[in-house]
Design a protein around this ligand. Structure first.
Ligand code: AHR
Length: 502
């Protein structure tokens, strides 16, 4: 089987916003406690943050981390997480039926972000709280000093303001599971009022309003239209979330889900344009895809934990999906979709970063390791910076329940003008056939292959564990070569590859 691709230096989609490779960290399960924070761990630094986790996060070059939730934020009092630790209250977290010690709050998270070299993206609580809470939190975080909240921050040990630019106006407010869930009109008005107040403090903030929790929500896509009608002139991004699952163990269909993701983005982009036209506005709104990942492996265990405990445990092992090789392909396909939609998707956050549906897993007191999905995320984040190319791909395809024709070969291409490299991320969705793929390099003649990484595995369900951390890992590829203006590479069945030329 054969496929062909045309990559032309001048046919571009958009400059990729680095923040498309962001991540998310929620006070949920063992994401914070035993994830990033474990004061008794042998690698812990003076702040109690795990050094082994810091190292794994640093390698990913994560540009932004969204915090503190998620469903958690909709009943969170941020003031509980400031001041002397021994005076911080333990609270019941209604979203996940757990106890929150508040040992980690905004100061500790900000310090950790500085350590790993990432930017903070904070969410305000628009579930159980509203405008007042949002403006106080903003003043605490961003005002230099000389006011009640900023002086309290200084008293709590942080002199300089953090100057956080990105603020989420609540989380998944369309979901009946959300504390303080609202209909689109109620939420739209509250979000607009909150945005107005926050902008009175600082016009340059980047504000993110809640879109749909997923595409199958009954309120989709009217939710986006109504919310944007209220907020269009006051916000910069609309947030979307989507999780991917292979519940009926149908791999071809599972890998076809990226067509649904693409349609979701396309529909919301059209809704944005509709509201823009209606408002006669000159302003553009972009998509912040601030929760995405595979999530289903842990569902059964979570039901047992939540149904079985009847209590309010602190940091139980919730949402601990153990990812397999098949998920590598799905994550590669999701990232390819974001690259190809980089004209409208400007922020995206893998959900989440550590332990909770995450590329990084830890054992209490023990090792931290990379799950299978760490690698496609790593390759895209580290090498997918630059300009997305408008590739022309010709590949045979197949039908799924999500789309009539899904190409076996899925590819994205990124031109990094600074270092002159061109990086391709390729997935072969075919069950059994290798695909000989030829890429015509127009404007990149006389390039040579500078890196070639391949991920394949005879067992789609193979996983990495604490004791066998490298069962699923990339290997150096061979056989990719450039001849004149042609790059040729063979894609084995069910494989992920990165090929870079210069
Ligand atoms: O990431 C896990 C949860 O998924 C988040 O708390 C929520 O926003 C979404 O439903």
């Amino acid at each position: 089987m054969k496929a062909s691709v045309i990559a032309n230096k001048d046919y571009t989609i958009a400059k990729i916003d680095d923040r498309v490779y962001g991540a998310f960290l929620e006070h949920l399960g063992r994401a914070v406690y035993e994830g990033i924070y474990e004061p008794d761990h042998p690698t812990a630094d003076k702040d109690g943050m795990r050094g082994d986790v810091v190292d794994l996060v640093k390698k990913l070059n994560v540009p932004v981390v969204r915090y503190p939730g998620g469903n958690f934020v909709s009943a969170y009092n941020w003031e509980d997480g400031i001041g002397p630790r021994e005076q911080r209250p333990t609270r019941l977290d209604l979203a996940w039926h757990t106890s929150e010690s508040n040992a980690v709050g905004v100061h500790e998270f900000a310090d950790w972000c500085a350590t790993v070299g990432t930017e903070m993206m904070l969410a305000v609580n628009l579930g159980s709280r509203g405008v007042d809470d949002a403006r106080n939190f903003l003043e605490y975080v961003n005002h230099p000093g000389g006011s009640y909240w900023s002086d309290l921050r200084i008293k709590n040990g942080r002199k300089e303001p953090w100057n956080v630019k990105m603020w989420c106006l609540g989380n998944e407010m369309d979901g009946p599971w959300q504390v303080g869930h609202k209909d689109a009109d109620e939420y739209g008005k509250l979000a607009a009022n909150t945005a107005r107040a926050m902008r009175m403090f600082d016009k340059s903030l980047e504000l993110i309003v809640c879109g749909s929790s997923h595409m199958d929500m009954p309120s989709f896509p009217d939710w986006e239209r109504i919310v944007l009608e209220h907020t269009y002139e006051h916000v910069d991004h609309i947030s979307l979330h989507m999780y991917f699952a292979n519940r009926d163990d149908n791999t071809p269909n599972y890998l076809g889900l990226s067509a649904k993701l693409d349609r979701y983005i396309e529909t919301v982009a059209a809704t944005i344009k509709q509201v823009k036209a209606k408002k006669k506005s000159k302003k553009d709104i972009y998509i912040s895809f601030d929760e995405w990942n595979v999530w289903y492996h842990s569902n059964k265990k979570d039901r047992e934990i939540l149904d079985g405990n009847g209590g309010w445990p602190h940091a139980p092992g919730l949402l601990e999906d153990i990812y397999n090789f098949e998920d590598v392909l799905m994550v590669g396909l999701i990232l390819n979709t974001f690259i190809r939609r980089s004209d409208v998707v400007k922020i995206a956050c893998i959900a989440q970063l550590v332990n909770v549906i995450a590329p990084i897993m830890t054992e209490k007191g023990g090792p931290a390791w990379a799950q299978t999905i760490y690698y496609p995320y790593y390759f895209a984040s580290v090498f997918g910076r630059g300009t997305a190319l408008q590739l022309v791909t010709n590949s045979p395809g197949y039908e799924t329940t999500h789309a009539k024709d899904t190409a076996f070969v899925d590819v994205s291409g990124v031109h990094n003008e600074e270092d002159g490299t061109l990086s391709f991320f390729l997935v072969n969705r075919h069950t059994s056939e290798s695909i000989e793929t030829e890429v015509s390099l127009q404007g990149f003649e006389n390039a040579t292959v500078i890196d070639h990484q391949v991920m394949t595995h005879p067992d789609l369900k193979a996983v990495n564990t604490a004791r066998n951390q490298d069962e699923v890992a990339p290997k150096k590829g061979s056989g990719a070569k450039v001849d004149g203006d042609r790059l040729s590479v063979v894609l084995p069945p069910y494989s992920y590859q990165m090929v870079r030329v210069k």
